[in-house]
Ligand binder design. Structure first.
Ligand code: IMP
Length: 422
């Protein structure tokens, strides 16, 4: 069984926890897009691991973990994650693989990301990690890939070519001194030596695994509305976060995908700029942010919070082909008197039941809410669907009927055990 995990909102839905749970049942775990703009925390015993690139499945002995060709890799960050695993005695030498086709984030990508952002009138609020400029080079056909680090001659030519153009842009447009060829060349060849043992044709590896009836989990980063095509453009990331990206980013054909699981927070959050129709007013937003500990795992930035937006999530179910849903952090809604679900948008007297592409509508739309009764704080964490407060069950039933996908998991807390399987 080959399963894709996608975020249905603006990222930070809690995919990390679901991936951790589902990893136990598969043989291979593959990350398919994004870079170290993503991040999730996994707690094992007393040790806390923060992963930005390596699939957290690496903590499960025997599982093979791949970084797919669709991912952009900052080698320094990868090195740190590997060192952390080594330090904690996690043996990954035979079960960690990096696609030879994955693109590398270069020092100039990071600077360009930050400099561009300071110059923009309408800021995107990027993570500043060089993600956009790296993907731009990939599409521009001047990117540098993992495989290039294993061939010093090819790498030299590519880097020279890049620096010739980029240094000029840095100096003339951004009054920045530019970058030294020698320093980057040496540093990245060193990375090549360190990563050499893990670099391989992961598409081949995964397709052979499918032939041998192995189970694969394809892990997306960010969320549907940060997708470069279907997200709230231009306030998006630069890769395909939707389920289609899983095929492009791994080399697994669409006909080999068996199931797509969507991960949804029981409310909505967003980091960075861009439209957010159901965003809470300031005071309640701050209250909910603290209640849900809504601060970015990568940048620590506070997340904007709002009510559950069914218009958005219906679009997500359609775009991704979601059959099953995991509803996360429902416990954060405990103790609220009233809970709202957005079922349509209203703009200039017109009702929108489908997600609008018109930026003006999306930015100025007034949400049409279905109001529901809340439920009190649960002293004991419910461990089955039956143990959830009746009003929480009604809320979930309402989500399921609006989204027309089966809710199979409900998360009621941080720990692995605080997950209700339905
Ligand atoms: P970039 O991916 O750094 O270019 O940032 C583009 C937009 O995507 C910004 O609004 C970021 O806050 C957002 N973003 C990128 N990665 C994540 C993530 O993992 N979770 C939530 N938002 C993200």
């Amino acid at each position: 069984m080959n399963t894709v995990i996608v975020g249905t909102q603006w990222g930070d839905e809690g995919k990390g926890k679901i991936i951790d749970i589902l990893s136990q049942k598969v043989d291979y775990i593959v990350r398919y897009q994004g870079g170290n703009n993503a991040g999730h925390t996994v707690v094992v015993g007393k040790k806390e691991y923060i992963f930005h690139l390596i699939p957290s499945g690496i903590l499960h002995p025997g599982k093979i973990c791949c970084i797919g060709n669709g991912v952009v890799i900052d080698p320094e960050v990868l090195l740190h994650e590997l060192a952390d695993l080594r330090k904690n005695g996690v043996d990954f030498s035979k079960r960690f693989k990096i696609s030879s086709l994955a693109h590398l984030i270069m020092p100039y990508h990071k600077n360009l990301d930050q400099l561009r952002e300071t110059k923009r009138k309408n800021k995107i609020g990027t993570t500043g990690r060089g993600i956009g400029p790296c993907y731009a080079d990939k599409i521009n056909r001047c990117g540098i890939r993992m495989i290039d680090l294993l061939n010093p001659d090819i790498f030299r030519e590519k880097l020279k070519d890049n620096l010739k153009e980029k240094n000029e842009i840095f100096r003339k447009v951004y009054q920045h001194p530019g970058f030294s060829f020698e320093k980057i060349y040496r540093q990245y060849l060193d990375y090549g030596n360190l990563f050499g043992a893990y670099i391989s044709n992961t598409a081949l590896l995964l397709n052979k695994a499918i032939e041998n009836k192995k189970d694969i989990l394809l892990e997306g980063a960010q969320g549907t509305f940060l997708d470069i095509d279907f997200g709230t453009y231009p306030f998006v990331t630069s890769s395909s976060a939707t389920s289609g990206g899983a095929c492009i980013g791994t080399g697994i054909s669409p006909v080999k995908i068996d199931k797509v699981v969507g991960v949804c927070k029981a409310y909505t959050t967003r980091v960075g700029e861009g439209p957010f129709p159901t965003e809470f007013a300031r005071e309640f937003g701050e209250f909910m942010r603290d209640k849900g500990n809504e601060f970015g795992a990568t940048t620590g930035r506070p997340r904007r919070c709002g009510w559950f937006d069914a218009v958005m999530c219906q679009e997500s179910v359609m775009l991704n082909g979601i059959a099953e849903l995991a509803i996360m952090k429902i416990d954060v809604l405990d103790g609220l008197k009233k809970i709202k679900i957005c079922t349509a948008y209203k703009y200039k007297g017109k009702i929108f039941k489908e997600f609008p592409h018109d930026f003006e509508v999306l930015s100025k739309a007034i949400p049409v809410y279905k109001e529901m009764a809340g439920w009190p704080h649960q002293d004991n964490k419910p461990s089955s669907f039956k143990e959830l407060h009746p009003n929480a069950r009604i809320y979930l039933a309402q989500l399921q009927s609006l989204l027309k996908a089966k809710i199979t998991m409900v998360s009621v807390g941080q720990a692995r055990k605080d997950t209700i399987m339905i």
